[in-house]
Design a protein around this ligand. Structure first.
Ligand code: NAD
Length: 229
């Protein structure tokens, strides 16, 4: 069977969860990466059976999430983490959540993966028009929503089996003007799409791994509701 690591699952409403279920239904082993600040509530809800109804697969069995890894995809190594984040209560309670450390933990636990899914994005100024977006907000959107994929693939490619596949989720606002999708999120998706082509070339040659992105339609996820979509 195949093993999949899905980055960006913190509840049962988003694309990451739906992709995890589809992969589980197809027989894959499911590992997820959950944003550190959302980890506690996600694990508690899982444990208490809050997601049992939505864990149901077409054959009646429940999706098994083999392991949940805390992850913050805006940090590549512990050296990148600022002091205020390190000491933040929600972060201090977990460890090894930078991209490099998560890849190392998965390597140690499972040795290899076949499928890498990037289903995460963040734009602190997403509700602001691009014309009113700060440099800081714009760069934060690119860091969390675009470079996070480069970093994940960079660190996971060495443990991806040849013939494996990686995928991310993009949005049509990269190509067409969608008012309300601000804060540099449209720019971040354009970068993600361009990077998909370059990384497909590079990762295809380096590791026989495919790189694709799906331009998804609107879904009432937590992230989408936060911007009134
Ligand atoms: P979601 O809220 O289910 O998923 C986004 C996840 O990203 C959350 O679990 C959040 O905790 C996580 N996250 C945020 N910052 C992170 C970080 N620094 N490190 C690790 N995780 C982090 O919402 P979704 O809408 O399902 O989003 C999944 C993907 O789908 C995103 O790339 C989004 O842009 C894309 N997408 C969504 C829609 C839509 O309408 N919902 C449309 C097209 C594309």
């Amino acid at each position: 069977g195949k093993r999949a690591f899905i980055a960006g699952v913190a509840d049962d409403n988003g694309y990451g969860w739906a992709i995890a279920k589809a992969l589980a239904a197809a027989g894959a082993e499911i590992l997820v990466g959950t944003w550190v600040p959302a980890l506690n509530i996600f694990e508690t809800s899982l444990r208490r059976g809050k997601f049992d109804e939505s864990r149901k697969l077409p054959n009646g069995s429940l999706m098994d999430i083999v392991k949940v890894y805390p992850l913050d995809a805006v940090y590549d190594t512990p050296d990148d983490v600022p002091e205020d984040v390190k000491t933040n209560k929600r972060y201090a309670g977990s460890s090894n959540w930078t991209v490099k450390e998560v890849a190392e933990a998965v390597t140690k636990d499972f040795g290899s993966i076949d499928i890498l899914v990037h289903s995460l994005a963040n734009g602190p100024e997403v509700t602001k028009p691009l014309l009113e977006t700060s440099r800081r907000g714009y760069l934060a959107a690119i860091s969390a929503s675009s470079y996070s994929f480069v970093s994940l693939l960079q660190h996971f490619l060495p443990i991806m089996n040849p013939g494996g596949a990686s995928i991310s989720l993009t949005y049509i606002a990269s190509e067409r003007t969608i008012p309300g999708y601000g804060g540099g999120m449209s720019s971040a998706k354009a970068a993600l799409e361009s990077d998909t082509k370059v990384l497909a070339f590079e990762a295809g040659r380096k590791g026989q791994v495919r790189v694709n992105t799906i331009s998804a339609g609107p879904l009432g996820s937590r992230a989408a509701k936060a911007i009134g979509f």
